[in-house]
Each structure stands twice: as structure tokens, then as C-alpha cells.
Design a protein around this ligand. Structure first.
Ligand SMILES: [Fe+2]
Ligand SMILES: [Fe+2]
Length: 275
């Protein structure tokens, strides 16, 4: 099966670019399943139920989040009825919503999607390794799930790599989000799990992590806030990673990064194909 993961949607330009291109990507690449991280979709902070529905209508099967999950206060309520919206699995028990769920892909496969959040340089939730392990043990790859994807929402690449090796052979894909810059380390680990430290955001890369540049630069210089962070409005690059998964084992056969449009568009210029 073919699965696509898109990184954090940032603001209107990021979510619109993803919403516009998703239907054609699904058709062109015959995608069986699509996951999108939506934690910054609503003006950079959280996701509203209306935006969630727009992303699902465009072809996403699941929307994951991260530290910004509760930025829109309504999310605390509507997440209970929205099974396709996930929050980090390692929130203390009693948190609304769910951190992992099984979904049926277009090809009929059962896909387990999990959202976990790191603790290094971030708000310290419960141990993400224990939380992920519990889900993997209760819903093993090949028995309960035909494919398993873990969105590891973390600041430190070390923690993301550690999670990937921890899950190697037990998940189809471990992909990092939160840092908003795509990394060049997409690979298939020895146990067969595909991995990329950061899928990259869907947003305007003429920015600081998707936000208008002036305020973040000013805060680094002056150490005094002088305004709000607002999403940059330029053309977005849609960033993500695609994985081909072995139907028999649930492990990865191929992994390819995706960058479409905007500053980071990745296609080689035509001159590179000539003599
Ligand atoms: Fe984010
Ligand atoms: Fe985040």
C-alpha cells in the first residue's frame, strides 16, 4: 500500500496549499492512506473543527497534532466526536480525545496511527516510549494492524531517532514533526521501519518556522515581545514523505520525500537532464 504523510500545516497558506493539492496527489500516486499534521492550521495555533473537516474532505484520513493541540479551546470538546483527529498519546490519563486509533485504508487495510510527543526541550508529558510501546504491544504489526505510523512530535532529533530505533521492525513509518524544516535523512532502518526526522511543514518557507519574520527576529535581538506571531502569507511549499508498504509484512519497501511549490520546491532543473 502507498501512504503519504504531510507535515504541520501552518496558517492559511499552508493549509490551502495542502487542501488544493491533496486530491490530485491521491489520484496521481494512487495513495491508499493520507495523514496530515494539523497542529498549526488555524492561524498558526491549533485546528478548528471546520478546518479539520476541510482537510478530511480534501483526502486526509487522519489529522495528527502536537503541543498546539489545545490552542483552539473548542478542541477539548469536539475532539471527543472526531475520531480522525489525534492528540499525543502520552498526555496524562484523562485527557480528552485519543492518541492512537485504527483506520481502514482505501485498499481495505487496517492502519494504526499514533501521535506521540517528545519531552526534550518541550512540555514534559508522560514517557512517550512507554506509551508507544503499550500500543505497539497491544496492536502488533501484521496481526492487528496491516500498517503502523507514528508521528513523533518532538524538538530534539536525538529523541526522534531513538523512537524510530525503538519501534524499528514494529512500525511501518516513524516520522518527525514540530520542527517545521524537512530533513534529508529519509531511510529504511535495519528492521524495516521507514524513518525521516522531520517531514517539514506545509507553509511559507520565507519565514521563521512559518511565521512572519519580523517578530521572531526582533525577539531574538531584543528579548522583549513587541507583537504577536502571525503566519507568513507567501506561497507555501507542501512538504511530506511517501512510503510504499509491503502488504504482507507491513514494513517499508520504499520512502520518498515530497516538496511541492514555494521556496523549497525540490525538482531538479531541466539543465540537469542534459549532457
Ligand atoms: Fe508545528
Ligand atoms: Fe509543535
Amino acid at each position: 500500500m502507498r501512504l503519504l504523510f504531510l507535515g504541520d500545516l501552518v496558517g492559511r497558506t499552508g493549509r490551502q496549499a495542502a487542501i488544493e493539492i491533496l486530491p490530485s496527489l491521491v489520484e496521481k500516486h494512487r495513495l491508499d492512506f493520507v495523514i496530515v499534521n494539523g497542529e498549526n492550521a488555524a492561524a498558526g495555533f491549533g485546528i478548528t473543527e471546520e478546518i479539520l473537516q476541510d482537510v478530511l474532505d480534501a483526502g486526509a484520513d487522519v489529522v495528527t497534532t502536537g503541543n498546539h493541540v489545545w490552542d483552539q479551546r473548542d478542541t477539548l470538546v469536539y475532539i471527543e466526536r472526531q475520531e480522525r483527529l489525534l492528540r499525543p498519546v502520552n498526555f496524562p490519563s484523562g485527557a480528552p480525545g485519543r492518541g492512537a486509533n485504527l483506520f481502514t485504508a482505501r485498499n481495505g487495510a487496517q492502519v494504526l496511527v499514533m501521535n506521540a510527543m517528545g519531552r526534550v526541550f518541550m512540555d514534559s508529558l508522560d514517557d512517550p516510549f512507554t506509551a508507544v510501546d503499550m500500543v505497539l504491544e497491544s496492536s502488533p504489526l501484521g496481526r492487528v494492524a496491516d500498517a503502523i505510523v507514528i508521528d513523533m512530535h518532538a524538538e530534539a532529533t536525538s529523541e526522534k531517532q531513538a523512537m524510530a530505533h525503538f519501534a524499528d521492525g514494529r512500525a511501518s513509518l516513524v516520522v518527525g514533526t514540530h520542527t517545521h524544516v524537512p530533513t534529508a535523512d529519509h531511510q529504511i532502518l535495519p528492521g524495516g521501519t521507514a524513518y525521516m526526522s522531520d517531514a517539514g511543514m506545509c507553509g511559507d518557507y520565507d519565514s521563521v518556522l512559518g511565521m512572519e519574520k519580523d517578530e521572531p527576529v526582533s525577539r531574538f535581538l531584543r528579548k522583549i515581545p513587541s507583537g504577536r506571531f502571525t503566519p507568513a502569507k507567501g506561497t507555501a511549499t507542501v512538504c511530506g514523505v511517501a512510503v510504499e508498504i509491503d502488504d504482507a509484512t507491513g514494513l517499508a519497501l520504499d520512502i520518498a520525500p515530497l516538496r511541492i511549490g514555494g521556496q523549497l520546491s525540490q525538482t531538479l532543473p531541466p539543465s540537469w537532464t542534459q549532457g
